[in-house]
Design a protein around this ligand. Structure first.
Ligand SMILES: Cc1ncc(COP(=O)(O)O)c(C=O)c1O
Length: 363
């Protein structure tokens, strides 16, 4: 069976390094904090040129970053309409209102025009998601943010290692986050996440919030939480980080092969990668005019697939109230994408020629 993401093949490829690193942690007696966490944070900081703070998940990273940025009940934060729920959910959990911006129908990234139209007196910031692995349009977003005095939080859960005009992802927002969920381009063997910022004060705040609001043992300056990456996951991530650039290269080659194959087929349009961007291809996603028939063909060929995402956030029942005050329920590009998007198997170990061979038989 073809895996959607072949985590086992990756483990096989680095087995010796992984087992050595895992054993060292298990035998060290240091399972929380310690040299593996410090080592990983130093390596993530060096990779991005920022200050990296690890935590328990991408979702926690968003909540911690939003808190550090000062989000209060009653604030509004602009969030893309077409993405995983986490960024909007974290805004709502803090008592603020997510306001949903439409997307560019080709790149599927947040639309700066839509963001601009939604900025009002209560708007405090923009969460830009680097959807499916490529960076959002930061030049335009930064202009809007500067003009209105807003911050940008860069959700790079799917795009650690992507670049825009030669600059690393996780460097475009005032703060940025990533997720180490196992199937992410840089994933561990459980939950994990990190926060990034060039601003030392914000990094310190994030670190304090993730550690019970404390910098000094049993002295709690603010109400924080417990959000820790554990040492075992850090050791795994350090092994995988050393292979990340080579893996991203393989992912891009696989995407190129998919693109070449689909170029001759009508009604199938791969997500466009914007000029100046390199993608991690966290997902290889197509927009398909007749998704029902295409999915049936994939099923017939035994090719796994996912729908990222079947419903725009403005239509989610949990956001009905937030939506009624803002965008309303009108049809937009996010609706189109949720009706047409299909993601295909993608990772550095995807057997692309096998998949293309199977596709040729059914398309
Ligand atoms: C865009 C985006 N943001 C945030 C998250 C949340 O990350 P985690 O699952 O590590 O909490 C995800 C996870 O899929 C995501 O895709």
């Amino acid at each position: 069976m073809i895996p959607f993401v072949n985590i086992q093949a990756q483990r096989e490829a680095y087995r010796e390094e992984l087992e050595k690193a895992e054993k060292a942690v298990l035998e060290s007696g240091i399972y929380i904090g310690g040299p593996e966490i410090a080592g990983l944070e130093a390596e993530l900081s060096a990779y991005t040129g920022t200050n990296a703070v690890t935590c328990a998940s991408g979702t926690d990273a968003l909540t911690i970053a939003l808190t550090a940025l000062g989000v209060q009940p009653g604030d509004e934060v602009v969030v893309p309409d077409f993405t995983f729920i986490a960024p909007a959910e974290c805004v709502a959990r803090l008592g603020a209102t997510p306001v949903f911006a439409d997307i560019d129908p080709r790149t599927l990234q947040i639309s700066p025009e839509s963001v601009e139209s939604l900025v009002g007196p209560l708007t405090r910031g923009i969460i830009a998601v680097n959807l499916f692995g490529q960076c959002a349009p930061y030049t335009e977003l930064r202009k809007i943010a500067q003009h209105h005095g807003l911050w940008i939080l860069e959700d790079s859960a799917q795009a650690f290692g992507a670049t825009q005009c030669g600059k690393q992802a996780c460097t475009f927002g005032d703060m940025a986050i990533t997720s180490f969920y196992p199937s992410k381009p840089l994933g561990c063997y459980g939950d994990g996440g990190a926060i990034f910022t060039a601003n030392k004060e914000l990094a310190q705040k994030a670190r304090m919030l993730a550690n019970h609001g404390s910098e000094e043992r049993y002295l709690h300056k603010v109400v924080g939480t417990n959000s820790r990456l554990d040492a075992l996951q850090a050791a795994v991530l350090r092994v995988k980080l050393a292979h990340l650039d080579a893996e991203l290269e393989s992912r891009r080659k696989i995407a190129k092969r998919y693109n070449a194959f689909f170029a001759d087929i009508e009604g199938l349009t791969p997500q466009q990668i914007a000029e100046g961007n390199t993608s991690t291809y966290a997902q290889y996603t197509l927009l398909v005019d007749n998704r029902k028939d295409f999915v049936a063909a994939l099923d017939q060929a035994g090719i796994p697939h996912c729908i990222h995402y079947p419903m725009p956030l403005h239509r989610q029942p949990c956001f009905a109230e937030a939506t009624s005050q803002h965008t309303g329920a009108q049809e937009n590009a996010a609706d189109m994408a949720s009706q047409k998007a299909v993601s295909l198997p993608m990772c550095a170990f995807t057997q692309i020629e096998d998949i293309i061979g199977k596709l040729q038989k059914v398309l």
